[in-house]
Design a protein around this ligand. Sequence first.
Ligand code: ADP
Ligand code: MG
Length: 311
Amino acid sequence: MPLSEFSLIRRFFTQQRIANPSTLLGIGDDCALLSIPDGYELAVTTDTMVENVHFFAGADPELLGHKLLAVNLSDLAGMGAKPISVTLALTLPKVDENWLTAFAKGFLNLAERHSVDLIGGDTTSGPLTLTVQAMGLVPKGRALRRSAARPGDFIYMTGFLGDAGLGLKIKQGYRCADSDAALTRFNRPDPQIEAGLALIGVANACIDLSDGLAGDLSHILEQSQVGACIDWEALPLSKPVLSYINNTGDWAMPLTAGDDYELCFTVSPDQAEQLTIAASKIGIIEAKPGLRLNKSGNIQPLEVKGFEHFS
Ligand code: ADP
Ligand code: MG
């Protein structure tokens, strides 16, 4: 007999113990209860992954569980919030116990690593659709907003650019040496929680890189009503990404490919010494609107289009 909805939740999604002090009540009642400490605000975000839109049919369920949670935690990182808990809405075509075991493993391992509690959710039948809502704490009035960049700010990013994009190319058939690292970057993004926390009080604007640097940085530019110039030579490109560009001529890939889940942020020059995390300085915020690229002294407008669902 297939598992009932309730025993499914108990068996796969009820953690052994509550890990976060903000969780007053977890799974099992009509609502969960959260405690918000004095001096903090609650940051809330949600992200959905749909089969055949965000992932290939038959994708490894453990990697899916990891990535679903990682992309939501990455949004909290982009605000400088510390994750406390998540809810999980699952729409499943059928109850496949092997699938659920692997999915829950990928999901709960990452949750545990960040002391995040799974405090509730919903379970329904239908086409495979995975939704998480993530909650985090941020000191009152200090969240890193997209609207706070100022002309003259330096633009930085954590980590490397375009490795996840290369991972996707490899999944689509591109062949290169050393493909494992890029595939891992695509499959197992590592949300930059610690970096986000370290940027509170240092960075002006911040965004997590989910849809590609050009598109995501443009969100900062629009909301802050400024422009920017990116320095091509300063972009942190790994060896495999550089050889991909050499082999294909597709130099725009790292600027437009998504899924890196690094942080891109701006810092005013007088705050730059306060920056304690490893990051590459990749450009500068300017008063003139629009995004530009300085490639060997030749400054050109950068046309941006991240992925849009309804276009
Ligand atoms: P309700 O009928 O009140 O919506 P449900 O029967 O949907 O409650 O869920 C029972 C309990 O299990 C609730 O606490 C709910 O938050 C939790 N829950 C349901 N599905 C999931 C899931 N996929 N992951 C975690 N918790 C879940
Ligand atoms: Mg319900």
